[in-house]
Design a protein around this ligand. Structure first.
Ligand SMILES: [Fe+2]
Length: 196
């Protein structure tokens, strides 16, 4: 089974996510109105598409969400001093996925890891770098390349550790990425990462 971390450049022609008349019932009242149509569309994808196709399709939706100005409240843009910080944006009431904003100060990043569930990512602000690896039993993670990303750029990944990666901020400004993970992480965000 293919395990690549897929990267896709920004698509400026993609239509912005429209605001709904009423917020999705599971979205907090203070959340940006663009979150509700995103959630409705992810729910529809989970009903209509094979799970294998979901990460790429959700990444396409995240690209539109990442371009929404004012998407995040000030407290959701706050970085951490001792490492990158996760902010919970939405937890699917049925536990099928979790949406988070990750905030990266310059120099902050993850270790090399795989995922315990599918994952879709979009760059909201800044220029984080994605480094990719091949995992070879007995040798560990062997680097295969790194890519500096731009706002609106997306990536997605199937579960597993055979094609691990890491994300870090080598730029001078804070970066913010949106991550949709295919499991409930509200109580334990670290459960998504599988060490390599
Ligand atoms: Fe990851």
């Amino acid at each position: 089974m293919e395990q690549h971390l897929h990267l896709q450049p920004p698509r400026p022609q993609r239509r912005p996510v429209p605001a709904p008349a009423k917020p999705h019932p599971s979205v907090a009242a203070a959340s940006h109105p663009a979150l509700s149509p995103f959630i409705v569309r992810v729910d529809a994808l989970l009903k209509s598409r094979p799970l294998r196709e979901v990460p790429e399709a959700v990444a396409g939706l995240l690209a539109g969400l990442a371009r929404v100005e004012g998407l995040l409240a000030p407290h959701q843009r706050r970085p951490g001093d001792d490492g990158y910080r996760r902010h919970l944006l939405h937890r699917d009431p049925r536990g099928r996925y979790t949406l988070m904003a990750l905030v990266w100060r310059p120099g902050q990043g993850t270790p090399v890891h795989g995922h315990s569930a599918w994952c879709s990512v979009a760059v909201h602000t800044g220029h984080p770098t994605v480094a990719r690896y091949d995992y070879e039993p007995g040798y560990g993670a062997l680097p295969t390349g790194a890519h500096c990303c731009y706002p609106g750029e997306v990536a997605w990944e199937q579960p597993g550790v055979s094609r691990p990666h890491r994300i870090y901020n080598a730029a001078r400004d804070v970066a913010i990425t949106l991550h949709c993970y295919g499991r409930d992480l509200a109580s334990d965000p670290c459960a998504i990462n599988l060490p390599v």
